[in-house]
Ligand binder design. Structure first.
Ligand code: IVH
Length: 673
């Protein structure tokens, strides 16, 4: 009977969560706190793991990702994904309007929309469920990125109501909100990684990641603006988007004037002018306006050229540019020692903000532009966030101008810089005594997602370092109240707080400690995977390259970096002293309330790609039900769970060893006893 209850509970939780998603994204009126939402989601997740036979492919838990795509399949678009004719001036638009009116023989109604600067996507729905999401590609074929798109919360997995065509496609754009993009770059700057140039490329990069669980954490967003299918839901484009909204899609909202019907060229110009003035207030990028004929019949009559529809046109805004003087080129040193050259500018107004600095990226970029101190430069808002220098006005170059000499020594510690072959950035290799690198390591160590030490912020780290109280992260655990009190702004209470925070951090779980110690390329997700797989720092330390790359999602680059880290004697000493201080360097496995012992004593190998679950989910289900996962087949293995694309050699070996080969569905059956 327990099984029946679970089935019902899963269905009910799914419905509830879908409704909350709709309330949040479509109605902008959530009726539940984020915390309570996460609790419900967790409950559903646990039930689905325990009763995989009832898990739905479009369950809201798919939002957290987990499916890995090693290589994205190329698939044909049912309807080609065309581009739009461009116009840069008003005459072009007047011409467009005249052409359309002439053919229609009557006044025409248009719809004006924003031209979102993101990644184009076509998403098909079958019987109300998200079936497939494909990138634009070359227009006729694109990449199947369904697993990643399913993690984007504003894209419904299950449509609302029941009034939708059985089979249709909706198109739109996926993008990073500017606020999210800014945070990503802030993080990267802290980590000493090269900054991402613009939100569009960043979104495109994220959508091509193999691990959808990582994509799920990235907070991509979407606007969907075009319904296609053999059965139209309305006779006009504008109305079709009304219906799209009701079904749960995030279509451009009418209230914010992000979409409007226009009945004359002047109304179109008004829309363009309005957004030219207000685009800075949006939390995403647009690069223009799209003007579409509203009526579908007229759209068909107008038809298509080889590349684009004759019923629509884009109007592109000019990129905001400013001229100013480059006073000085300075150099920043990041946490990992990466050097970033910075252009210090005569302050200039650009698209509503005053720009004083621009990134010059690296030595190659400076050389390519031949940009020099004293030059008059053209500044553009690249990705509208980090201003960039796009050119030099040579006619204004001072006579005594000299080509820029890229620094050879670290501006902070004077060590000689290095440049790894094939990498654009210069590095300061002095990671143990270059001040920004030490401070950066400590700031990372104490940060919220790492050790999260209460009462200790970046500024305090700076103070402690400047006062000579800490030289490396282990020193944090030696601090005493007497040492702290003489510091500026350090009262009794804050000193107590800090000491208590440091003490409490000794309970932070292993995976976060592993992330905190700052191994290059070992971010939060990788740290979790390593901790779960190896279970202790000792095991990771002793792991060979082959053992490391055997872990899901750990590639050559990460494995090499881990090995390199532990080879370094100073790191070994650091780990030893942190161990002595009592930090968690072993995984504590938590009890699961849904755990059973149905698979007790059985050993499994999981191989291939599965339909209903990711490999990780299957492995978790095995462990939660008392079974054991092993990496490779041997005489001791009981079952091989075989998915799609499993190599023939594996199958052969299993047969030879007499191991039972089971499918995903067989396995689900096993769980039911
Ligand atoms: S409609 C047949 N509407 O711009 C073309 N496209 O340069 C239908 N885009 O491929 C496209 N915002 O990726 C349309 N509101 C909008 C858009 C939009 C951005 C993109 C889209 C298209 C590209 C053309």
């Amino acid at each position: 009977m327990q099984v029946e209850i679970a089935r019902e509970k899963i269905a009910q939780l799914m419905k509830e969560l879908n409704q909350h998603n709709y309330n949040y994204y479509q109605e902008d009126a959530p009726t539940i706190s984020d915390y309570d939402f996460d609790q419900l989601l967790k409950e559903l997740q646990e039930l689905e793991q325990q009763f995989p036979q009832f898990a739905d492919e479009n369950s809201p838990t798919k939002r957290v990702g987990g499916d890995i795509t090693k290589k994205f399949d190329t698939v044909e678009h049912r309807y080609p994904m065309l581009s739009l004719g461009n116009s840069y001036n008003r005459e072009d638009l007047t011409d467009f309007d005249e052409r359309v009116q002439k053919l229609a023989g009557r006044p025409v109604e248009y719809v004006c929309e924003l031209k979102y600067d993101g990644v184009a996507i076509g998403i098909s729905y079958k019987n109300g469920k998200l079936e497939r999401a494909v990138t634009r590609g070359d227009g006729s074929k694109g990449d199947d990125i369904t697993a990643n798109v399913k993690t984007i919360r504003s894209i419904p997995l299950q449509l609302q109501g029941s009034d939708y065509p059985a089979d249709f496609e909706i198109r739109g754009e996926i993008f990073y909100p500017l606020s999210v993009f800014a945070k990503i770059n802030e993080e990267r700057e802290k980590e000493g990684e090269a900054l991402l140039a613009n939100p569009r490329n960043a979104a495109s990069g994220t959508l091509k990641m193999q691990d959808s669980a990582v994509v799920a954490q990235r907070k991509l967003d979407s606007y969907l603006y075009y319904m296609l299918g053999d059965h139209k839901v309305a006779s006009q484009h504008f109305e079709s988007l009304d219906i799209a909204r009701k079904l749960g899609f995030k279509a451009p909202p009418k209230e914010k004037n992000m979409i409007a019907k226009c009945n004359s060229i002047d109304e179109i110009f008004e829309f363009i002018d309005y957004w030219e003035d207000h685009r800075n207030e949006l939390d995403f990028e647009i690069d223009g306006i799209v003007i579409k004929v509203n009526d579908y019949h007229l759209q068909e009559e107008l038809g298509y050229t080889a590349k684009s529809p004759r019923w629509a046109i884009a109007y592109k805004y000019k990129t905001a540019q400013a001229r100013t003087i480059l006073n000085e080129i300075t150099y920043q040193v990041g946490r990992t020692g990466a050097i970033t050259p910075v252009a210090n500018l005569q302050p200039v107004l650009l698209a509503g903000t005053t720009v004083k600095r621009a990134s010059l990226h690296n030595a190659d970029q400076i050389e390519k532009l031949d940009v020099r101190e004293g030059d008059t430069v053209l500044v553009e808002k690249g990705g509208e966030i980090i201003p960039k220098i796009v050119g030099v006005d040579l006619s204004e170059r001072p006579e005594n101008s000299e080509p820029n000499q890229y620094i050879e020594h670290c501006p902070e510690c004077s060590n000689e810089l290095r440049r790894i072959e094939g990498e654009a950035q210069h590095y300061c290799p002095n990671e143990w005594s270059c001040p920004p690198q030490i401070k950066g390591k400590m700031a990372h160590f104490i940060s919220r997602k790492a050790m999260d030490i209460d009462g200790l912020g970046e500024e305090t780290v700076q103070q402690l370092y400047d006062a000579g109280l800490v030289q490396n992260i282990a020193d944090i655990y030696e601090l005493s109240k007497d040492q702290l009190l003489p510091l500026e702004r350090m009262a009794e209470k804050s000193a107590n707080n800090l000491i208590a925070g440091v003490e409490a951090s000794k309970q932070i779980p292993f995976e976060r400690v592993l992330f905190a110690i700052g191994i290059r390329f070992v971010g939060e997700t990788v740290a979790k995977k390593l901790a779960k797989y190896f279970k202790s720092i000792k095991a990771i330390q002793q792991a060979s390259f082959e053992e490391l790359v055997a872990v899901d999602e750990i590639g050559d680059k990460i494995a090499e970096s881990v090995i390199h880290f532990f080879e370094e004697e100073k790191n070994q000493q650091l780990i030893e002293s942190l161990l002595a201080k009592g930090l968690q360097f072993e995984l504590i496995e938590t009890e699961d309330e849904y755990a059973t012992d149905i698979l007790e004593g059985a050993t499994f190998v999981v191989s291939g790609v599965f339909e209903k679950f990711s490999r990780d989910e299957l492995k978790q289900a095995i462990e939660q039900n008392g079974g054991k996962n092993v990496g490779s087949l041997s005489a001791k293995t009981n079952y091989l769970i075989a998915g799609d694309k499993m190599g023939p050699a594996k199958k052969e070996k299993a047969e030879k060893l007499g191991i039972q080969i089971v499918s995903e569905d067989d396995f689900i059956q096993m769980l039911q006893g």
